[in-house]
Design a protein around this ligand. Sequence first.
Ligand code: C5P
Length: 323
Amino acid sequence: MTEGDRHATPAPRSTDAMTAPRPAGIPVTVRAPAKVNVQLAVGGLRPDGFHDLANVFLAVGLYDVVSAAEADALSVTCSGRDADAVPLDSSNLAVRAARALAAHHGLAVPGVRLHIDKDIPVAGGMAGGSADAAGALLACDRLWGLDTPRGELLGICAELGSDVPFSLVGGAALGRGRGERLTELEVGGTFHWVFAVADGGLSTPAVYRECDRLRGGAAVAEPEASPGVVAALGKGDAHALAAVLANDLQEAAVSLRPALADTLAAGVDAGALAGLVSGSGPTCAFLVPDAGSADRVADALRASGVCRAARTASSPAPGATFL
Ligand code: C5P
């Protein structure tokens, strides 16, 4: 995508806000992680169209890498797995992040060349788009020497999407509100995962609508963080976490994509401690005891034909980080 509406790179907000000088022409590169929701409790539909959540995010070590380079026009390109599935128009979340950062500082739409090297499944319920937004935000912030305070960056993230603040902070956190109000959580050890990537994505709004439809207008309790989930994360205890993994969107995702029931069964049959749909799906996440089991379960899932690809990764992972 190339846009001709504004080409000059904005000036820094102030000289004392500038970071160390960077040689001209060198892009800024940021790595941002995927996530899995180890608990996703969904409340009732709000008047603004969102749902109140108790959303326990855990960052996993699958990453998109976003770079930002000086250019005359705003453009975005994408490489890597599933690059063809990424929109390169103004709906692209990295583009939206660059524009939002400029707008936050009262700057015109900047010239910047964004590139996304994609490794996180697209539309898979793993916050790949959110990772690109958080990555682009940090990269442009440094490229333009803005040095935006962390709290302001988190505010811009929340405007871009409910999961974007978590992509910036990583680790583990409880997300309240629509998922954007974060409280950091302790993680006492390494968790090992296998992700069964489905063919094609699922639309997040469609999955929330299906959740509402399945509830049939019944009263919905206020979503609360599960003490068992928080304790298991804190202890780094995979067996305890496996027993309490919970996703209120799972039934809706399986209702829209019934084959996910077979994927979930195949992972557990292959030796996973537990499986669940990741966020709004359709990626299924399997918690396993160790790295060796992760490789075995991934091989079994690939052989069973229930998924397009199986990936292994561990948690926690850091949030968006400069490379
Ligand atoms: O915030 P984000 O852009 O990720 O949300 C995408 C869509 O998912 C929203 O438009 C809404 O339909 C749904 N959603 C929701 N409640 C949330 C988060 C997202 O209903 N807490």
